[in-house]
Ligand binder design. Structure first.
Ligand SMILES: [Zn+2]
Length: 296
């Protein structure tokens, strides 16, 4: 036998192993495309280094009026799983599912989470901002664990372990919120926000939301609505009003000027931030601290 052939034969098992399983140091990767910064962080928490995430919607982008580019559609088509937050948030979803065929599975991470319904322009619509309730996020964690296990059974134990850690971190977060909120009397739990995104939070912790705009971001409110808000804020002595990270409403400034309320800072309602609030946990802590410190 020629030396070269002998070397090749000697190396054959290693070559085959590398070709079929990849180099031993790399984990098998589940390709995940994420249509929300919330699902991105959830996929990181549950999937760890076994998932490769492509962020279609990145921190600072507004999910309410997003439109996918050709490149986004390519990335989605290339993924094994596509995660979205559901309840009507992704108006562009139909366009994606129509375009993308084949192996890609679309997963509504909010499935099984009961919806709050709100009135918008005379219709009842689902409130898509479910992640502001910690118990909803725990449920989404369990959903994602099941989906990851189904798509990648070889790593089922890994996902289960990560999911248990995630539930523990949510329990810690919930305890921390209750302690922080104890600084704020019930009578002061009135939240003037730029758009109507914190109803799940309000339900869990006894707040009343006074939104400047509706459930979606977009057009500035009518002067009649602003006038009504100004009246309520004066009457009830609300100390602060809040901006949101994604959009800066002129109306919030105007309301602060007219009522003498302070601008209490920036809340992250539609997703994570780039410099602060970069994880779900830190986003919730930032929001709760900002609210309590400004209103107490
Ligand atoms: Zn929103």
């Amino acid at each position: 036998m020629k030396p070269l052939l002998r070397t090749l034969l000697f190396l054959l098992p290693w070559i085959l192993m590398t070709v079929f399983t990849g180099p031993a140091t790399l984990h098998a990767e589940l390709k995940v495309a994420s249509l929300s910064t919330i699902t991105t962080d959830l996929a990181r928490q549950i999937g760890g280094d076994r998932v490769k995430i492509t962020e279609i919607i990145r921190p600072g982008m507004d999910p309410h009026d997003f439109q996918p580019t050709t490149r986004d559609i390519r990335n989605v088509a290339d993924a094994d799983l596509v995660l979205f937050t559901g309840k009507g948030m992704e108006g562009f979803l139909g366009k994606l599912t129509d375009t993308v065929e084949g192996k890609t599975r679309f997963i509504d991470v909010s499935k099984g989470i009961p919806s709050l319904r709100l009135e918008e322009d005379g219709c009842l619509i689902e409130d898509p901002h479910w992640w502001h309730s910690i118990s909803n996020m725990e449920r989404a964690g369990r959903t994602l664990e099941q989906e990851f296990k189904k798509a990648d059974p070889a790593n089922a134990g890994f996902y289960q372990e990560r999911e248990e850690l995630f539930q523990d971190s949510c329990d810690d977060l919930e305890r921390w919120i209750r302690v922080k909120l104890s600084e704020l009397p019930r009578s002061k739990r009135k939240l003037v926000t730029s758009h109507d995104a914190l109803q799940y939070f309000a339900r869990d912790y006894g707040f009343v939301i006074l939104p400047v705009k509706g459930v979606s971001t977009g057009e500035e409110p009518s002067s009649k609505h602003v006038k009504e808000l100004v009246g309520i804020i004066r009457r009830e002595g609300v100390k602060a009003v809040f901006f949101e990270s994604i959009e800066n409403s002129r109306a919030v400034n105007q309301i602060a000027l007219e009522t003498g309320a302070s601008t209490g800072g920036v809340l992250y309602s539609d997703g994570l931030g780039e410099k602060e609030a970069t994880t779900y946990d830190s986003m919730i802590r930032h929001n709760v601290s900002t609210i309590v410190d400004a209103l107490k």
